[in-house]
Design a protein around this ligand. Structure first.
Ligand code: ATP
Length: 324
């Protein structure tokens, strides 16, 4: 099917590299003679009719910018069928014939519902720093978030070493272990605490003391935030109260969301944006662009509407072994 006019929006949490995907979608679509409407602030903006016509220049000079020029939002009303019907009516009223959604599994559920309920053509591009979407090895923004966290932990290591301190460094990812595991290996963390793992405080203390005994001057424990940010404070209190061990807490928080996208994020987002449009042109929808065996490809969208913790716990063992 030939589409003359497509829409694009970002939904859920922003991630570095979303702009590269927007640029690739707009430029590929215009190359094929299509009109592109940018929808601001996700599904909420769609329901409010926040549209901008995109041209070649509207996506110029954005490759290197973090966040998303279209902005994003969470839109609880979109979980209701009546609002999705309204969204389709609004898009049809604008002449928009297909929608590309950049976001996480929740955003993909919303897109899938538009397709199931109204036969509206949709394509999903995975964008979240958490790397927690089913059936894709990669989501746009993960690499940049990891690089940002590594840089921060390296800085913390400098001061931790100078004062012979232990730090609990909490990284983002909610229930996903992906950022914690990669950052832990790359920063020589003495321990990585995964989101749903019961914390073995005694083992943390034993490991730190063993390190001190062989002359170590600092310890870094990477804490995956889990459902609610701030769990490091609870661990800090238990280490103090039960084991008389002082540990400092550093919660990296939203600095991991911002910043200029890494080469990897730019490269994958550019391929995904291009493939999203090419797939629509070939009549392949509803699909999501994914990374499989290291290559950018597509799969059916329902395969990507779940959260999946790519929990390679061997990385935890690797970090632990290498930091003895
Ligand atoms: P992130 O991983 O960054 O949190 P996400 O896309 O998973 O991204 P959510 O907050 O889960 O983030 O979803 C974003 C938006 O998608 C929601 O605010 C809502 O508008 C829509 N959405 C989520 N789940 C559904 C659903 N089951 N049905 C319809 N729309 C949904």
């Amino acid at each position: 099917m030939t589409f003359k006019h497509i829409g694009i929006l970002c939904s859920g949490g922003d991630s570095p590299g979303m702009n590269c995907a927007i640029r690739a979608v707009v430029r590929t679509a215009i190359h094929h003679g299509m009109q592109v409407t940018g929808i601001r602030r996700g599904y909420a903006g769609l329901l409010r009719g926040e549209f901008i016509q995109m041209n070649l220049s509207s996506v110029g000079n954005i490759l290197q910018r973090g966040g998303t020029i279209l902005q994003t939002s969470r839109s609880p009303e979109f979980a209701k069928a009546e609002f999705r019907k309204r969204a389709v009516d609004i898009m049809k009223g604008q002449g928009i014939e297909a929608l590309i959604v950049i976001g996480g599994d929740g955003s993909f559920k919303g897109a899938m519902a538009l397709c199931e309920e109204h036969n509206f053509p949709v394509v999903g591009i995975p964008g979240t720093i958490d790397n927690d979407i089913s059936n894709t090895e990669y989501t746009i923004g993960f690499d940049t978030a990891v690089e940002t966290a590594i840089e921060a932990v390296d800085r913390i290591r400098d001061t931790a070493h100078s004062h012979a301190r232990t730090f609990l460094v909490e990284v983002m990812g909610r229930n996903s272990s992906a950022i914690a595991l990669k950052v832990g290996v790359c920063t020589g963390a003495e321990n990585i605490l995964l989101p749903h793992e019961k914390v073995d405080h005694k083992k943390i203390v034993d490991d730190i003391q063993r390190g001190i005994a062989r002359g170590k001057e600092s310890s870094i424990i990477i804490v995956a935030e889990g459902p609610v940010s701030g769990r490091s404070y609870e661990i800090q209190n238990i280490l103090k109260d039960l084991y008389h061990m002082d540990a400092h807490v550093a919660i990296l928080g939203h600095i991991q969301r911002g910043g200029s996208p890494s080469g990897e994020d730019r490269f994958i987002a550019s391929q995904m944006g291009n493939l999203a449009v090419e797939s629509l042109i070939k009549g392949e929808y509803p699909i999501a662009t994914i990374v499989k065996s290291g290559k950018v490809t597509i799969t059916e969208l329902p395969n990507c509407t779940k959260k999946e913790d790519h929990n390679f716990s061997e990385y935890k063992d690797l970090a632990h072994t290498l930091s003895i």
